[in-house]
Design a binder for this molecule. Structure first.
Ligand code: NAD
Length: 422
């Protein structure tokens, strides 16, 4: 199954609720530009190898293309096209003036040394140089790419164009023009959305149980901030399994992180320093954690976690998608039938791209904000995006995901039509 066909199916579903012209739909069904590169590099042992690189610039109707760069053995043009489309949707959901793009290299980065990865990333930046820039297309980290690589890209691009241009990539280290608050941004944005949802559902944090799957950048920061806001964290997990508070005792994610660092895994006991409680807490498998009784199930690990195989056993009242694509389209329909609310990825995790946009703005104006200022600007954007989508879902009587796509497609389509005839 083509991932891009899934994206097109979502587009078609959304467009029926808009008054956009058929020609606008035809335009939106295709990326504006697809780039494919051969990337020859010399390996550390002197061998010469050639890798395949891609960049899809899907829509620039609302602003320059924006999106991450993925290094993965399965990366291909079809996947990159879908991801570029979804980036356009996400930026339109939070109503920031950016379009959608995505790139990647078909590669297992674990098989390359740091020096080889640097040569490859710089080779890609040189090939991309005529097509990217703060006013054209802005790159960012994604699966297996990181702030260091963004610094390489900004540096190589700056050498090619002969001036310092940090705004060609976001998610950079602070010392190279990164933004304060970027590391926590996705979790922070998710918490602002959760707080709004709690108001609608009349949930009080103290009585709201949360299970979090995934304990990386997004899962850990989300869990930490939700705990600090008073929500009850009753289960946490990473790729090796998780911990569940059988009796509903709240867990401080910082204690779990310290224990994970000390022992290399999230164990079955809850330890505060060297004092461990193994009576009220138990180990859970990756399969079990998704099926625990809870108010909110936060998915912050990988795609395709709720499928037709386990959707019938989900007991959460709300599925909160902090990861990208954690629910398959078939499972999504079944959750809707069971009246389980799904807060879609394009809204829940959009705090990340929003602070990337702030990073671009700070780079362009050469004036940097404190973390407090960043969060003060992030909050109203997330709150408005949630309420726009909630109201649209109520008006059309559709799930939040459909409402998010309707709003986003309508915004992108109207921007296309506002330019006049093709
Ligand atoms: P990460 O690599 O830092 O963390 C991933 C976590 O998931 C790790 O703790 C890993 O152990 C865990 N994991 C892997 N398989 C698991 C399994 N089967 N069960 C439980 N846990 C498992 O990645 P991240 O940056 O936190 O990204 C997580 C998701 O959020 C991805 O889908 C990513 O695309 C999405 N996302 C990230 C950002 C961001 O700013 N980092 C922004 C938007 C969306």
């Amino acid at each position: 199954m083509s991932v891009f066909n899934n994206a097109l199916a979502q587009l078609k579903k959304a467009i029926q609720y808009t008054s956009l012209k058929p020609s606008t739909l035809e335009f939106l069904k295709r990326p504006e530009r697809q780039l494919q590169f051969s990337l020859p590099i010399t390996m550390d042992d002197g061998a010469e190898k050639v890798f395949d690189g891609f960049r899809v610039q899907y829509t620039s109707a609302r602003g320059p293309y924006k999106g991450g760069l993925r290094y993965h053995p399965q990366t291909n043009l079809d996947e990159v096209k879908a991801l570029a489309f979804w980036m356009g949707i996400k930026c339109a959901v939070v109503n920031i003036p950016l379009g959608g793009g995505k790139g990647g290299i078909t590669i297992d980065p674990k098989k390359l040394s740091q020096a080889e990865l640097e040569r490859l990333t710089r080779a890609l930046a040189r090939k991309l140089a005529p097509f990217i820039g703060p006013e054209q297309d802005i790159l960012a980290p994604d699966v297996n790419t990181n702030p260091m690589m963004m610094a390489w890209i900004a540096d190589e691009y700056s050498r090619v164009v002969g001036k310092k241009v940090p705004g060609v990539a976001t998610g950079k280290p602070l010392e190279q023009g990164g933004s304060a608050g970027r590391t926590e941004a996705t979790g922070q944005g998710g918490l602002y959305v959760l707080n709004e949802l709690a108001k609608k559902l009349k949930l009080t944090p103290k009585k709201t149980r949360i299970v979090v799957q995934g304990f990386g950048n997004v899962g850990y920061n989300f869990a930490k901030l939700a705990y600090q806001a008073g929500y009850q964290i009753i289960a946490l997990s990473d790729s090796k399994g998780g911990i569940y508070s059988k009796t509903g005792i709240n867990m401080d994610p910082d204690n779990v992180m310290k224990d994970k660092k000390a022992r290399g895994l999230i164990g079955g006991c809850y330890c505060i320093g060297s004092v461990c409680d193994c009576k009220n807490f138990t180990a859970v498998t990756n399969k079990q954690i998704l099926e625990l009784p809870t108010d909110i199930l936060v998915l912050a690990a990988l795609e395709n976690q709720i499928t037709t195989a386990n959707v019938g056993r989900i007991k959460a009242k709300v599925v909160f998608e902090m990861a990208n694509g954690p629910t398959t389209p078939e499972a999504d329909e079944k959750l809707a039938k069971r009246k389980i609310i799904v807060v879609p990825d394009v809204l829940a995790n959009a705090g990340g791209v929003t602070v990337s946009y702030f990073e671009l703005v700070q780079n362009i104006q050469q004036y940097y904000w404190t973390e407090k200022e960043v969060n003060e600007k992030l909050k109203p954007i997330m709150v408005k995006a949630f309420n726009d989508i909630w109201n649209k879902a109520g008006e059309l009587k559709v799930p939040l995901r459909v409402a998010a796509f309707v709003l986003a497609v309508d915004r992108i389509g109207k921007a296309i039509e506002a330019r006049g005839k093709f």
